[in-house]
Design a protein around this ligand. Structure first.
Ligand SMILES: CC(C)(COP(=O)(O)OP(=O)(O)OC[C@H]1O[C@@H](n2cnc3c(N)ncnc32)[C@H](O)[C@@H]1OP(=O)(O)O)[C@@H](O)C(=O)NCCC(=O)NCCS
Length: 303
């Protein structure tokens, strides 16, 4: 069974003209257009890094030449490989992959024979709101038990860290099943491992309860990419009869990639578009008063 955990630090990435135009040539046209519509550079960079991570993974690990990869999205937005339909897979089983980008990173997680969801969140103060006010708005996302754990975590910063830890767990599950926010988040409850999270030492002890039943068939890998970026990878059974994450190899740590790594296997899919750089260089990095919660993300109107 194969396992891939890749991360790219898109926050500090300041692409030059050549890098940005090359990146734009190496993703599908509709994705290039979508990325071009982001108001802020931080969102354009993380979406671009996400596309390059996906294509690099499919090319290098699934063995599909870059120019033959055709990605589409499910009705709920999850990217999947639409073509080629037949990909020779070794005995490890069918690959499942997923992306997340938030804070300073874009991450990709992929495994064989299970379904995968990944979520990353940076522990940040909630912009202009106080922590209690922020938690009040989020009340319905967590159960009474989970709020008890979050609010007894210590200082406001520790409470926020506990909040984002739960958040990444819930999101990773939602992303593994691919439903998006149509899923009632009160149905899942996480019981955290008592071991503290550390950088690049994934824990697998946290347990999920679904409709109050402990789910033995799901595994959650939690780690910190750095002191304030929580990442969770959900690994669940597929609809194939023998699929179970219990036979997975030990957890793999995230590998930090450079831009050169991202495009190492890339081949351009279209001509260079100088106007794409002209537009990118006019974008400001992010909103002046940056609130790094999902709810503040600035999406293009057509998204
Ligand atoms: C869309 C959603 C699946 C994830 O959104 P998100 O957490 O803002 O975004 P992330 O950075 O983790 O992931 C985005 C990536 O996930 C992938 N994705 C999109 N829809 C997906 C879906 N339905 N299932 C799985 N993956 C999906 C895409 O690759 C996307 O990146 P791209 O559009 O650049 O290709 C959805 O769960 C959502 O809108 N969440 C909002 C946040 C929220 O309120 N969460 C409450 C948690 S307690």
């Amino acid at each position: 069974m194969g396992s891939v955990r890749w991360a790219f630090r898109c926050g500090p990435w300041t692409p030059n003209r050549g890098e940005w135009l090359l990146a734009a040539r190496c993703v599908q046209r509709e994705e290039k257009d979508r990325i071009g519509q982001f108001v802020f550079a931080k969102d354009a960079k993380s979406a671009m890094a996400g596309r390059l991570l996906l294509r690099k993974f499919i090319c290098e690990r699934m063995g599909v030449p870059w120019s033959r990869i055709r990605l589409e999205r499910s009705p709920r937005g999850r990217p999947y490989l639409a073509a080629p339909l037949k990909v020779s897979s070794d005995s490890g089983g069918v690959w499942s992959f997923n992306l997340s980008h938030q804070g300073d990173y874009a991450v990709l997680a992929a495994d064989q024979g299970v379904q995968v969801g990944v979520d990353i969140m940076k522990t940040t103060m909630p912009g202009s709101r106080s922590v209690p006010e922020f938690f009040r708005i989020m009340t319905r996302q967590f159960t009474v038990y989970e709020w008890g754990i979050i609010q007894s975590a210590g200082s406001e910063h520790q409470q926020l860290a506990a909040f984002y830890r739960h958040w990444t767990l819930k999101e990773s599950f939602i992303k593994a099943i691919g439903t998006g926010l149509s899923f009632d988040l009160q149905r899942v409850e996480f019981h955290l491992s008592s071991e503290p999270l550390t950088q690049n030492q994934p824990l697998r002890q946290t347990k999920m309860y679904l409709d109050e039943e402990k789910e033995e068939n799901w595994i959650f890998e939690e780690s910190l990419l750095d002191v304030d970026h929580h990442v969770a990878v959900a690994l669940g059974p597929t609809d194939k009869p023998d699929s179970s994450p219990s036979s997975l190899p030990p957890p793999t740590t995230f590998t930090l990639l450079s831009f050169s790594d991202l495009i190492a296997s890339a081949s351009p899919l279209m001509e260079e578009d100088p106007a794409y750089w002209d537009s990118f260089k006019t974008k400001t990095e992010g909103p002046q008063r940056q609130r790094e919660t999902h709810t503040s993300r600035q999406l293009p109107v057509s998204h």
